[in-house]
Ligand binder design. Structure first.
Ligand code: GLA
Length: 351
């Protein structure tokens, strides 16, 4: 890490900080409806090194040049926005944000639905806080990171990714309540083996479709006279007459129930129950929320055929990854999955 900084800026960095990507085990498209999710940090992470400078400049691994950016000016429209956005929010919150040179290296694949953006945002905030000798609770770091992505990068994401990266702990799932922005750590039993597989297709048209889903759920809550879909139960949904809106809302309501049931299954070490909930989640994301793709559906089917107790797309959908839960006696699943999905690749193991 220091090598990248040294090569780019000709000196050693003053501080380094890192933050992990995440896999969401269950509970997608619930965070912006103030619902529940169950992410777990990955052992893949993004590291950020900083030193004070006269202007803001950034470089990342493999880049020949450095880029000038400005948290107090307009976004550049590239990856440096995920550094500038959180720094802009840190300054708005009254913290010191002096100009810095920044180097970034990451083992979190980007565009895979594994929160590479949140890892960069959280690592940036941690590095700036370390440099300036300031402190912030992890939950606040997550909130500023999300605000940076919303306000500076123009991505209307919820808080799932940033909370998982900032508050999550290795080998523990985080039962996240996105209304209160609080989380409870749930230990993952050693026999729960989560595998993450990329379908080989990047996320496509994800921003527009994501924002449309978000608007549909907000509108559904408005029509039901509720603050958020978090407050709806299955009975309340009969108040929705628009077929597509009903499907979107039904996903959110049933997914929230599945997350709470899945956290209990994890605590009870009930692997097959957890797997069944993952399967229901995928069907709901595919049919009601319509964020799956043929490649993701095929990969989920292949994982189940190879012995998984459950499998589902993870993250926003529209491409990217699935997460599959394999019982301890299944060890030969990968060649079988790979045979039917030639473009797929293994990202790494979540636990
Ligand atoms: C993306 C967003 C999150 C969340 C997921 C879907 O990862 O950044 O806030 O909405 O999609 O669960």
């Amino acid at each position: 890490m220091s090598d990248i900084f040294l090569r780019a800026f000709g000196r050693a960095p003053a501080v380094e900080a890192s933050a992990p990507g995440r896999v969401n085990l269950i509970g997608d498209h619930t965070d912006y409806a103030e619902g529940f999710c169950l992410p777990m940090p990955l052992d893949l992470e993004t590291s950020v090194a900083l030193a004070p400078a006269h202007a803001f400049r950034a470089c990342s691994e493999g880049m020949g040049t450095t880029l000038v950016f400005d948290p107090f000016g307009p976004p550049r429209g590239d990856w440096t926005d995920y550094i500038a956005g959180p720094l802009a929010e840190l300054a708005k919150a009254g913290f010191d944000v002096p100009p810095v040179e920044v180097s970034v290296c990451s083992s979190v694949p980007s565009g895979a639905g594994l929160s590479s953006s949140a890892a960069l945002e959280v690592a940036t905030l941690r590095a700036m806080l370390a440099l300036t000798g300031q402190t912030l609770p992890d939950g606040e770091v997550a909130r500023l990171a999300q605000a940076g992505e919303n306000n500076y990068c123009g991505v209307q994401c919820g808080i799932l990714d940033q909370m998982a990266s900032a508050v999550g702990r290795p080998a523990q799932a985080l039962l996240l309540d996105c209304r209160t922005n609080t989380g409870r750590l749930v230990t993952v039993p050693p026999e729960f083996h989560f595998a993450i597989v990329h379908c080989g297709e990047p996320r496509r048209l994800a921003d527009a479709a994501y924002n449309a889903r978000r608007q549909a759920t907000a509108e559904a809550a408005r029509r039901l006279g509720l603050p958020a879909l978090r407050d709806a139960d299955a009975g309340a949904l009969s108040g929705l007459t628009d077929g597509e809106m009903l499907k979107r809302a039904r996903h959110v309501v049933t997914e929230n129930e599945r997350v709470l049931a899945a956290a209990s299954a994890l605590e009870a070490a009930d692997l097959w129950r957890f797997g069944a909930l993952m399967n229901e989640s995928h069907v709901s994301l595919a049919r009601d929320f319509e964020v799956s793709t043929p490649a993701l559906d095929r990969l989920v089917e292949s994982a189940l055929d190879a012995g998984a107790a459950g499998a589902r797309l993870t993250g926003a959908g529209f491409g990217g990854c699935i997460v599959a839960l394999f019982p301890p006696d299944i060890s030969d699943w990968w060649p079988r999955v790979a045979a039917g999905n030639p473009a797929a690749w293994r990202v790494g193991d979540g636990a």
